[in-house]
Design a protein around this ligand. Structure first.
Ligand code: C2E
Ligand code: CA
Ligand code: CA
Ligand code: CA
Length: 276
């Protein structure tokens, strides 16, 4: 019979190799994807909790790879972050997203995810200015989404970069709130416009978890006193929507109101001719 420890050791080695090898292949393909226009944006509606009207869309990147088929951003964004490919990808996303928002009614905003590595670049503000000016989008219609991880290392650089885009008139949302290194102290460092309540708390609260209920209640109360809006993420059912509305969330996002959709389908919500 095999020694227990050694058995585990041998069982792990090939799979670690396989993971590393898969990442190398993804990196190679991702470089090509950028050049060959394999990336696309989808847009997921964010609705006002009471009127249920669309107030924004979140831009979510999609990759249909020739070699790998559909690859989830949850898988390739981390690879892009490790290899600095997130920099050209991030620029492309910002530009495309701003351009697309120009096709929607004025009151509809665009939310764009930005990785910490992008924020750390000296030219981040220039990238935002370039996306705004090439599209002609009003800065007030752009909301940058960042996660708490930006506060992990060089807090000051990230804070300054965000302060600069706020000066331009853009808004900033704190994404996945409560999942990370969550210190409430972060909320005082920047005047975020929006706090996005992570789906895990929405689900937990709907299932009656008193801990999740308490967290959602506390986040909503805190946001109100700091004059920030709250968006409940990952709302999949009417019950979850009703609960988040009752708890005072300002906005709701999730499959219940709309999945991430093509630009064509997003425009169709407003009866905008795709070809114009
Ligand atoms: P995220 O920013 O938290 O985006 C929300 C994710 O939740 C999206 O997954 C969306 O499809 C999913 N979602 C929305 N509503 C529901 C729901 O009701 N139920 C469930 N189960 N899921 C829901 P997606 O598109 O796979 O993106 C995953 C993550 O990839 C994003 O999480 C974000 O961190 C990253 N990402 C996506 N696009 C970009 C991008 O352009 N730039 C950067 N830096 N990151 C991106
Ligand atoms: Ca997001
Ligand atoms: Ca999120
Ligand atoms: Ca997330």
């Amino acid at each position: 019979a095999k020694d227990h420890g050694r058995g585990v050791h041998f069982a792990y080695e090939p799979s670690l190799h396989a993971v590393a090898e898969e990442r190398r292949q993804l990196e190679f393909s991702l470089r090509k994807a950028l050049e060959q226009d394999e990336l696309q944006l989808n847009f997921q509606p964010v609705v006002d909790a009471t009127s249920e009207r669309v107030v924004s869309f979140e831009a979510l990147v999609r990759w249909h790879s020739e070699e790998h088929g559909f690859v989830s951003p949850a898988k390739f964004i981390p690879v892009a972050e490790d290899t600095r490919l997130i920099l050209p990808i991030g620029k492309w996303v910002l530009k495309q997203a701003c351009q697309e928002a120009m096709a929607w009614p004025e009151h509809v905003k665009i939310n764009v995810n930005v990785s910490p590595e992008q924020l750390m670049q000296a030219d981040f503000t220039d990238t935002v200015i370039e996306a705004l000016s090439s599209s002609g989008l009003n800065p007030q219609r752009l909301e940058i989404e960042v996660t708490e991880s930006i506060f992990l290392n060089d807090t000051e650089v990230a804070r300054e970069a965000l302060a600069k885009v706020m000066e331009l008139g853009c808004k900033v949302a704190l994404d996945d709130f409560g999942t990370g290194y969550s210190s409430l102290g972060y909320l005082r460092k920047l005047q975020f416009s929006t706090i996005k309540v992570d789906r895990s708390f929405v689900q937990g609260a709907a299932q009656g978890s008193s801990e999740s209920l308490a967290i959602v209640r506390a986040v909503v109360a805190m946001a109100k006193s700091l004059e920030m809006k709250t968006t409940a993420e990952g709302v999949e059912t009417e019950d979850e929507a009703e609960l988040m509305r009752t708890m005072g969330c300002d906005r709701i996002q999730g499959f219940h109101f709309g999945r991430p959709m093509t630009s064509y389908d997003a425009r169709a919500l407003f009866d905008i001719d795709y070809r114009q």
